[in-house]
Write a protein that binds this ligand. Structure first.
Ligand code: SF4
Length: 184
């Protein structure tokens, strides 16, 4: 059953990527990396299915790469979540990023895929909430091209529900990629 759920997730990721690329092309925007790199953002992820898929990708890497990533992940967590202290947003690279490249690109979570472009998100009964997009795109100077994250979030919730039912998972999850890797 996990294979089927992974396939549903991979299909959803594929749709997200295609939509993102289409909207980005509309702005003539290309992400070439920048000082304010989104891989240095403190992103939390909230689904068990995305964690399982990321770890599935991680487990296909060779031993050496895995050890290096785990070392960086441990370091990341020590700096970002110091014991008896507040979370620190330090703008340090995600442990999976190596020289500007994501080593788990095919398996990266949803927020890594959707980041960057101006977007909107609708909750039932509320006005859509809009997000501005990253600084590199200079989007404030351009007419908004509709990029609605809502259907992606809805489909992700359905896939997560299937996965939780299959594996009897309960409770909330809120983890960075680094935490996902060292808590496996
Ligand atoms: S998982 Fe990949 S894309 Fe996402 S923050 Fe880490 S390095 Fe960047």
């Amino acid at each position: 059953m996990t294979d089927k759920t992974f396939k549903s997730l991979a299909d959803l990721y594929n749709t997200m990527d295609k939509t993102w690329n289409k909207v980005a092309a509309g702005y003539h925007f290309k992400c070439n990396g920048c000082e304010d790199n989104c891989c240095k953002s403190l992103f939390f992820h909230h689904t068990y299915i995305e964690k399982a898929y990321l770890l599935h990708g991680f487990n296909q890497l060779d031993h050496n790469k895995k050890e290096k990533i785990l070392g960086r992940a441990t370091n990341y967590c020590k700096k970002t979540f110091p014991q008896n202290s507040e979370i620190k947003t330090l703008k340090i690279y995600c442990p999976v990023n190596k020289n500007g490249h994501c080593l788990l690109y095919l398996y990266r979570p949803m927020i890594c895929r959707l980041h960057g472009l101006p977007h909107e998100l609708s909750k039932p009964g509320c006005e859509p909430v809009k997000g501005p997009g990253c600084n590199a795109g200079l989007f404030y100077d351009k007419a908004y091209i509709k990029f609605d994250r809502t259907p992606f979030y809805q489909q992700m919730a359905q896939i997560e529900m299937m996965f939780r039912q299959d594996l009897n998972k309960i409770g909330k999850i809120k983890e960075t990629v680094a935490q996902m890797l060292i808590s496996q």
